[in-house]
Design a protein around this ligand. Structure first.
Ligand code: S3P
Length: 273
């Protein structure tokens, strides 16, 4: 088995070289991040990722291992994104807004792009209670649901570097807002009642609107809540019509402009303060 031993030694050498080169790449990623922050340039660059994968394809073509080489680089790109997210967003990104504004879809997209953890407050409440939100409302009333929501938000606020999706009524309770802001930036996804209606009209799990699933009732409740959504938001994003990728890209750029652990001083200078 001398042969196997020798092959394994060669693999160990390869791994050593891979780790070394990977760490060098990571330090270059660090420098790219710094330059982008310094010049306020967009952090996301899907075009560049595509270019990297194309180059991997060209480089591997002669050896016939294109899929493996591309998979390898895809993993590296994921690790790089996760690494950058941890540096840029050591806090929670909290999505707020009315039902149907797209919090869940945008949250999933952000989690995918940033390789960040993702927690959906309502889904966790349902999981713990072993029943749907509608069933909780029906069986125990809205007051009980709000208590469960408050407890869940207290728990979620202990996290960091996580995307937190809140139910549409969560920020109406100042205690929830206080907990969420402790280590989070609140991003309000603003949508029109018409868009909201289109998204939720066939959804039976919106007990707050039960029996009133129409644009007038949505508008009435939305108007009541609107001042709180605005007051509690650190960032307001128009969630009407744009693609998930566009909305997520805008959130990421706005976030690192207002709270950037790497370059807050330079950014203040750029802003003239
Ligand atoms: C609510 C919104 C729901 C859920 C519950 C109450 C509300 O979440 O928390 O039905 O008061 O607006 P979504 O905003 O995710 O639908």
């Amino acid at each position: 088995m001398e042969e196997l031993k020798q092959l394994r030694e060669e693999i160990d050498e390869c791994d050593k070289a891979l780790v070394e080169i990977f760490l060098k790449r990571l330090s270059l990623v660090d420098q790219v991040l710094e330059v982008k922050c310094k010049y306020g340039q967009s952090i996301l660059d899907p075009e560049r990722e595509r270019e990297i994968l194309e180059k991997a394809k060209a480089n591997a073509e002669k050896n016939g291992h294109v899929p493996e080489a591309q998979d390898f680089l895809r993993q590296i790109l994921k690790i790089s994104r996760k690494y950058q997210s941890r540096k840029l967003f050591p806090y929670n990104i909290v999505l707020t807004g009315f039902m149907g504004a797209g919090k869940t879809a945008v949250g999933c997209e952000l989690a995918r792009i940033l390789e960040m953890g993702y927690q959906d407050c309502d889904a966790l409440i349902e999981q713990e209670a072993g029943m749907t939100i509608s069933e909780i409302f029906q069986k125990y009333g809205e007051g009980h649901f709000r208590e469960l929501e408050k407890d869940m938000i207290q728990k979620l606020s202990q996290l960091s570097n996580t995307i937190i999706i809140c139910g549409g009524g969560a920020v109406m309770n100042p205690e929830n807002v206080k907990a969420l802001k402790n280590n989070g930036i609140l991003v309000f996804l603003k949508a029109t009642p018409e868009n909201i209606y289109e998204r939720i009209r066939n959804d039976g799990n919106r007990p707050v609107l039960k029996g009133n699933m129409n644009i007038d009732s949505i508008t009435e409740l939305y108007q009541k809540r609107m001042p709180t959504y605005f007051e509690t938001a650190d960032i307001i994003i128009d969630a009407n019509g744009s693609s998930l990728e566009c909305i997520s890209g805008e959130i990421i750029n706005r976030l690192y402009q207002i709270k950037n652990p790497l370059f807050s001083r330079e950014l203040r200078c750029l802003a003239g303060n």
